[in-house]
Design a protein around this ligand. Structure first.
Ligand SMILES: Nc1ncnc2c1ncn2[C@@H]1O[C@H](COP(=O)(O)OP(=O)(O)O)[C@@H](O)[C@H]1O
Ligand SMILES: [Mg+2]
Length: 379
């Protein structure tokens, strides 16, 4: 069995699993300074784009391709490559197709998609710079009032997002953009959930909690997060059902996640975003369920994905994830990205490191956090 991995930056997540399965691994990577290159059997430094990886896949006669890309821009090129290489060379690519990527990579299309399958979305409108002059006119055209969230169709990690109560910020925003997707600000709890899909079968993992939406616009990647969710009026099965409904209709493949806002006041879930790539919350999902989302992609590549039995294997641990910047606690044990010999994983680049902790109870995760960092965390 031979698998091509596109991108080396996330490869250490799967390295242990790939070796354990005896898979021959090839990485293509465009940055020769990128980490993890030596963890594969073989690697190629290639120009950006999917032309060369496709050539390598064909020349090397690989059995499958697993894209491991943590950013949005290359996803459409990957999807186009998938279309071609699956059809012409019968090499499966474990990621989403063109249609799913087109919907997820544009927040305006995502919204239409959510609506079309009966999912709640925050009230929204698309306005152009010339659509209004005064605040009154702006609010009239918008159809709702402040606070609001201005966004662009494309973006991740809070890029080009402005959350505000002030019309002056709107004017500033339109200095930089001609058009914006403008949503009503929803007060609520931010939740993410991943779904692994292949061949029409979908496995939703676990809803994780990422903190409350806020007018300061602090993005969830900067917050303490935990899993699974524990809301009083909505069970985690409901989130899993919703996630499965979304993935099934999107016809996603490989790993995706969705960003949701749960309003306790209304007991209502709003969907805001879908990402058709490895999730920023994958370590939390892994800690809770004992299913490593990226290892599951490797399993799919090796023809091994049975939702029914995975549902049975899924565990119920608790997890806590803390942004620490630079981790200085006790050394994690090998393998570094698995929970085999320890109860925590340190990940992310220096300066932006996070610790994901696994425990049998929520209290235990906080105790471990204190041992590792010396700090008391509360939620
Ligand atoms: N309608 C909304 N109401 C409240 N907060 C929002 C809303 N839309 C976005 N946000 C905040 O902005 C963050 C980023 O928005 P999102 O659409 O997920 O874009 P990104 O691709 O940058 O993650 C969200 O995680 C949330 O904190
Ligand atoms: Mg988001």
């Amino acid at each position: 069995m031979k698998v091509l991995f596109i991108g080396s930056r996330l490869y250490d997540d799967v390295a242990y699993h790939v070796d354990k399965l005896g898979i021959e691994s090839i990485i293509t990577e465009s940055n020769e300074e990128a980490p993890n290159l030596d963890l594969a059997t073989k690697y190629y430094i290639v120009p950006r784009g999917m032309e060369k990886p496709m050539e390598v896949a064909i020349d090397e006669n690989v059995d499958a391709i697993v894209p491991l890309l943590g950013i949005d821009p290359p996803l459409m090129a990957v999807a186009l490559m998938k279309e071609e290489i699956e059809e012409k060379h019968n090499i499966p690519v474990i990621s989403s197709n063109v249609n799913a990527v087109a919907i997820a990579s544009d927040k305006i299309k995502t919204k239409k998609f959510f609506k079309s399958i009966g999912i709640n979305v925050p009230p929204a409108n698309v306005l152009k710079k010339d659509d209004f002059e005064t605040e009154e006119e702006f609010i009239e055209k918008l159809g709702f009032s402040f606070p609001i969230v201005l966004k662009q169709g494309e973006g991740q990690g809070g890029k080009d997002i402005c959350i505000t109560k002030e019309f002056s910020d709107v004017l500033d925003y339109f200095e930089n953009f001609d058009e914006a997707l403008i949503e009503k600000f929803i007060e609520g709890s931010e939740v993410s959930i991943e779904v692994i899909g292949w061949n029409g079968e979908y496995l939703p993992l676990v809803p994780v909690y990422k903190g409350e939406t806020n007018l300061e616009g602090i993005h969830p990647i900067k917050r303490l997060r935990y899993g699974p969710c524990d809301f009083k009026d909505i069970g985690n099965d409901e989130f899993r059902k919703l996630a499965k409904h979304i993935a099934t209709n999107l016809k996603s493949e490989g790993t995706i996640d969705m960003d949701l806002i749960y309003s306790k006041k209304e007991n209502k879930v709003y969907a805001i975003e879908i990402n058709t790539r490895p999730s920023g919350t994958r370590y939390l999902s892994f800690a809770c369920t004992d299913l490593n989302p990226l290892n599951l992609l490797v399993d799919i590549a090796s023809g091994n994905f049975n939702v029914e039995s995975l549902e049975k294997d899924m565990k119920d641990y608790y997890t806590l994830e803390i942004p620490v910047g630079d981790y200085e606690g006790p050394d994690p044990q090998e393998p570094l990205k698995e929970y085999l010999n320890g109860n925590f994983i340190v990940h992310g680049p220096k300066g932006y490191q996070r610790i994901t902790i696994r425990g049998n109870t929520r209290e235990e995760t906080f105790e471990i956090a204190k041992e590792l960092t010396g700090n008391d965390y509360t939620i």
